[in-house]
Design a protein around this ligand. Structure first.
Ligand SMILES: [Zn+2]
Length: 314
């Protein structure tokens, strides 16, 4: 609610200032300016644009993506960039307000590049007993499926070529190379995960619907992907504990990046199991960011992690 009030006010201020005092960051090197909201958008854009653009990530590494609030400076950046790439889900609701007020922004919505799935309420313990609207929300974590990631890279390639046709060959080569890396990962995941039915238990939020649907894997998780993490109910703990003792369950408790791991560690301790982190690429830590990690390198980390979780399970 607060965000809805703040953004028009910020925009008005920005327009009064003519953007000039704040947008003195305009590069004089002739590079394009690409602004992105979340890490997958940032990574895909820098892969495609290479050094023809300055790519900015608005969400600071290490911070929680669902409580992001744009600053006046962020709004100026969006208003004055050559291409703005955002995801388009629930946590990007603020973007629609900005785009309504600043109509000349060249924007790419990642959710338009793929087929969105509606949120899952069955595998998620804390939503099972709630009432749901007929009006289902779409799950926004589209990039967790490598196939979707490839589609998004392709749509960024198209936007890049439209923006700077003189770099067409460069963008096509860069996109083709990155898509080839993503496809190679996809094949590895399929080889690792096909076969016997297994269930993965997340003592955490679950922003991995697309990855799991695509792999045809079963899962149970404590909280929905975008919920503000709460204390688990006794029912949730019991539900996950019971599931952990079943024979088709992978004997590891999974958590996601930047998690407090409280529930995952409790479940793991009680059942004598290890905890493993599945990186959803939603957020990135400051260390991983400065080490130059990419969508592909983080997914590769997931591959190694899953391989050892499945081997431990014998
Ligand atoms: Zn999310």
């Amino acid at each position: 609610m607060l965000k809805r009030l703040i953004i028009p006010v910020l925009l008005a201020v920005v327009m009064l200032l003519g953007g000039c005092s704040l947008s003195s960051e305009k590069p004089s090197d002739g590079k394009l300016r690409v602004v992105t909201t979340i890490f997958p958008a940032y990574d895909f854009a820098r892969q495609v644009f290479g050094n023809t653009a300055d790519v900015t990530l608005l969400l600071k590494p290490g911070t929680e993506s669902h409580s992001y609030d744009p600053s006046a400076r962020d709004i100026v950046k969006i208003d004055s960039c050559d291409l703005f790439i955002y995801n388009g889900g629930e946590s990007d609701a603020w973007v629609e307000n900005i785009l309504k007020s600043a109509d000349e922004v060249n924007a790419l919505r990642m959710m338009d590049a793929v087929e969105a799935l509606t949120e899952d309420h069955e595998g998620i313990a804390e939503t099972e007993h709630e009432e749901h609207d007929k009006d289902e929300e779409y799950d926004e974590h589209i990039w967790t499926s490598p196939k979707n990631a490839a589609l998004i890279v392709e749509s960024i390639r198209q936007a890049a070529v439209t923006l700077a046709p003189e770099n067409k060959a460069l963008y096509e080569n860069a996109a083709e190379e990155y898509i080839a890396e993503i496809n190679a990962l996809d094949i590895k995941f399929n080889e690792l995960l096909s076969g016997e039915e297994r269930c993965f238990i997340f003592g955490d939020r679950f922003p991995l619907l697309y990855f799991f649907r695509e792999s045809g894997l079963n899962y149970r998780a404590a909280f929905p992907g975008c919920g503000s993490e709460t204390e688990p109910s006794a029912q949730t703990v019991a539900f996950l504990t019971e599931k952990l003792t079943e024979s088709d369950t992978v004997p590891t408790v999974f958590c996601i990046e930047l998690s407090n791991r409280k529930l995952a560690e409790t479940l793991a301790d009680e059942n004598g199991l290890p905890v493993a982190e599945f990186h959803t690429c939603h957020n990135i830590t400051a260390d991983d960011f400065s080490a130059g990690e990419s969508y592909v390198s983080l997914m590769e980390r997931n591959y190694q992690m899953l391989q050892s979780a499945l081997t431990n399970g014998g």
